[in-house]
Every structure is written in structure tokens, then in C-alpha cells.
Design a protein around this ligand. Structure first.
Ligand SMILES: *[C@@H]1O[C@H](CO)[C@@H](O)[C@H](O)[C@H]1NC(C)=O
Ligand SMILES: *[C@@H]1O[C@H](CO)[C@@H](O)[C@H](O)[C@H]1NC(C)=O
Ligand SMILES: *[C@@H]1O[C@H](CO)[C@@H](O)[C@H](O)[C@H]1NC(C)=O
Length: 384
């Protein structure tokens, strides 16, 4: 990963030895992020939509938190593994009013969020009213109101961020998947492709806005292989040859995700030039997720299109944690016996075991551009 570097910090020469692939090399020191501010959808929501609308029920959360924890998962999400890796507490959701602690950041992600504002309510197809532009408005409000409370000496100070830490924080993003899912539902392929530049531009505006507010370190996940979500294939009968790939994923949907990612990566490259003080890391989560799906057996997982939680039989679906009657018989969407062998927890969201596997692939920077680990994502020219 390049040659050793000596980094000047003030008048002190700091040389840090890091291990890359078992070989010791010298590089810049880790960033010691004091906080994480996250923006996204259910892939990284740690309690927002669950607090704002209907609580996410059991058996969600059962395999790590031992109770529902506001996450669309049986346990931890990739953002939780990022927090652990940076030795920071799990992020409280900004929208959660009970038992929250924002000393080391806040989570603005909500399940069902899109980049672009949508004109439908959450009660139709689960699209969150908190699109990325609203999450940015929430961030601005969070920053200014916590700043006021802090300077007024409010007694909640120990649960609030220090103002000077906003510019040292890591700003993370995982959003775009639902812009694609809405597109698949409402638009033709050509229309969705035509909408892509606008979706990407609105994403870039969010990054630019945070930069203007002082944010400097950005960790940007691309979108996953949406056509491999079991829910995508639930209602497909007798597919034409070539409609599915060799793993059973919907090829056309994955192609659209790849196109989104191509444009996102391109735009992040441009942002590097536009925002001279920012360290922007583009993280290829797609490759991590598809790598798992295409190699499940060797990684100790079962068929990638099988779902752990819920009752899914012959085109009848009782979703995880729900009850429903099918032909007069009551069914409960229960968990499976071995959740850690499933990639999909509920047909839409990855299991904790899969999230852990994915986090292990992305945290060390091997799927990032530039290829720096998350611990070093504040360095603009890492020289690693
Ligand atoms: C919402 O969007 C759809 C599709 O773009 C459009 O047909 C509809 O008129 C819009 N509704 C409103 C209230 O804007
Ligand atoms: C319920 O009834 C429908 C129509 O008779 C049938 O197609 C379906 O397989 C039945 N579902 C179950 C779970 O028995
Ligand atoms: C990152 O971790 C993955 C999975 O453990 C490993 O295969 C890869 O070699 C690592 N890459 C680096 C640069 O350390």
C-alpha cells in the first residue's frame, strides 16, 4: 500500500507503525474520531423510524440485544461494527426521545429513506418521510441546538457533543437503495436511468452542505446488489432465461445498482476536487455483499435467497414478527433456528452474521478508494 511516510504534526515528528497484511509499515496515525454522524436508510438506522412510527417488534434484535433494538436486523448493523471498531458507543437515533446519548455522535438514518424526497406516505410502501435533505435539516438543527444547550451550561452536557468535535467527526453515508426500489416500482428502466444524475446530485449537495458546516471526513458506502434481496424475487414466477443471474439475483436490478455506484464514485471523485479540505472515502459495499452472496457455502452460510425470519411459502408471506391468517390458519413470522447461517434476516435486511462479515471486509480499507481503513479516514492523502 505504498511507501512509509513521516507525518509532521506541528513541530513534532510522528511516526506510527501499522500492520498491513502482516507486514509492518509506517503511516499516519489513526484519526481518533470523537463522534460519528450517520445518514442513511434501514441499512444503518439504529432506532429512528422505530421511534418515530411503529416500534420494530420481536424477534428483531433477539440475537445480540436480546430485545428489539430499533434495528431491522436480529442484531448489529454495519454502522454498529464501525462504532465498535472506532471504540465509540453505538449511535443513538436523532428521532429517538427516550434514553439517548449524543456525546459521541448521532444517527439521522431512518428505515425507508431515499436520497430524493418522495411524494408518498410511509403507510403505502414504507418510504420514510425523512429523505436525505430532511436528515441534513435534522443535523443542522441538532448542531445548533446542542451548541446552545452546551454554552448555556445545560445539565445534559454529558450527553451532548462538544461543538469543536463536529469538525473532527466521521460523517458516514449508506443511502440510495430505496431510490432504486421506488424507481423499480414507479419508473421504466429508461426513466430511472434518466433520473440517476439528479439522485446523485442531491447526494452531492448533502455532502457539500455538511462540508460548509465544517465536516471534513466522509465515509461513503455505495449501494448493494438490490436484486439479490430475497424480497425482490418473492413474486417472480417462471422467469425468462437470463432474467436471474447464476445465484438467483435479478440481473436488471443489480445492473441498475452498478450504474448508480458508477455515477456515485464519479461524483465523489469530483467532490474531492471541489472540497479541498475534505477526506472522502468511497466504500465498495456492493462488492462485499455480492462477494458473500456468490460464495455462501465457503463462508459458512446457507442459500443466499433463503430468509431466516418470517413465514414464506408458496407465494404466501407473513413478515418477520407479524401474524396473519392464510386460508383460515394463523401464521406467525418466526425466526429460524440458526440465524447466523443466513445472509438474509427478513427478506429485505441482512442478518447480524452477514453484517459482521461485510464489516470485516470494508473496515480495513481493502474495498475503499482511497484504500484506507476506517480508523484513518480523516487523512486526505493517507500515503498508506
Ligand atoms: C407523485 O409522483 C407520481 C409519479 O411521479 C405522480 O404521478 C403523482 O402525480 C405525484 N403526486 C403528487 C401529489 O405530486
Ligand atoms: C390457500 O389457498 C389458495 C387458493 O386455494 C392456494 O393457492 C394456496 O396454496 C393456499 N395456501 C396455503 C398456505 O395453504
Ligand atoms: C481486509 O480484510 C479482509 C478480510 O479479513 C482480508 O481478506 C484482506 O486481505 C484485508 N485487507 C487488508 C488490506 O488488510
Amino acid at each position: 500500500m505504498g511507501s512509509p511516510k513521516i507525518v509532521m504534526v506541528g513541530m513534532v515528528v510522528v511516526v506510527v507503525v501499522v500492520t498491513v497484511g502482516g507486514v509492518e509499515v509506517m503511516g499516519p496515525p489513526p484519526c481518533e474520531f470523537p463522534a460519528i454522524y450517520n445518514f442513511g436508510d434501514s441499512n444503518s438506522d439504529t432506532g429512528g423510524i422505530s421511534a418515530a412510527f411503529v416500534p420494530i417488534p420481536a424477534p428483531y434484535g433477539e440475537n445480540y440485544f436480546r430485545k428489539p433494538a430499533g434495528r431491522d436486523c436480529d442484531g448489529r448493523l454495519v454502522i454498529d461494527f464501525i462504532a465498535e471498531h472506532l471504540r465509540l458507543p453505538y449511535l443513538s437515533a436523532y428521532l429517538n426521545s427516550i434514553g439517548t446519548n449524543f456525546r459521541h455522535g448521532a444517527n439521522f438514518a431512518t428505515g425507508g429513506s431515499t436520497i430524493r424526497r418522495q411524494n408518498e406516505t410511509i403507510f403505502e410502501y414504507g418510504i420514510s418521510p425523512f429523505s436525505l435533505d430532511m436528515q441534513i435539516v435534522h443535523f443542522d438543527q441538532f448542531k445548533s441546538r446542542t451548541g446552545d444547550l452546551y454554552s448555556e451550561g445545560n445539565s445534559d452536557r454529558d450527553k451532548l457533543p462538544k461543538q469543536e468535535e463536529f469538525s473532527k467527526a466521521l460523517y458516514t453515508f449508506d443511502i440510495g437503495q430505496n431510490d432504486l426500489s421506488v424507481g423499480f416500482r414507479k419508473l421504466s428502466d429508461a426513466q430511472l436511468r434518466a433520473a440517476m444524475p439528479d439522485i446523485i446530485n442531491q447526494f452531492a449537495s448533502a455532502v457539500q452542505h455538511l462540508y460548509e458546516k465544517g465536516a471534513r471526513a466522509f465515509w461513503i458506502h455505495n449501494t448493494g446488489p438490490i436484486g439479490c434481496l430475497p424480497v425482490a424475487t418473492f413474486y417472480i414466477r417462471n422467469p425468462q432465461p437470463g432474467f436471474l443471474d447464476q445465484f438467483g439475483c435479478i440481473k436488471g436490478q443489480n445492473d441498475m445498482a452498478v450504474e448508480f455506484n458508477r455515477q456515485l464514485k464519479d461524483r465523489v471523485n469530483k467532490l474531492r476536487a471541489e472540497l479541498p479540505l475534505a477526506a472522502l472515502t468511497y466504500v465498495d459495499v456492493y462488492t462485499a455483499k455480492y462477494g458473500l452472496i456468490s460464495n455462501t457455502k465457503n463462508q459458512g452460510f446457507t442459500d443466499p435467497l433463503k430468509v431466516c425470519c418470517g413465514h414464506h411459502e408458496n407465494y404466501d408471506h407473513v413478515w418477520c414478527g407479524q401474524k396473519a391468517s392464510i386460508n383460515g390458519t394463523q401464521y406467525y413470522g418466526a425466526s429460524c433456528a440458526t440465524p447466523s447461517t443466513f445472509i438474509s434476516w427478513d427478506g429485505v435486511h441482512y442478518s447480524e452474521a452477514a453484517n459482521h462479515w461485510i464489516a470485516d471486509r470494508i473496515l480495513n480499507g481493502s474495498l475503499s478508494e482511497p484504500p484506507i481503513p476506517v480508523t484513518h479516514a480523516c487523512h486526505k492523502n493517507p500515503g498508506l
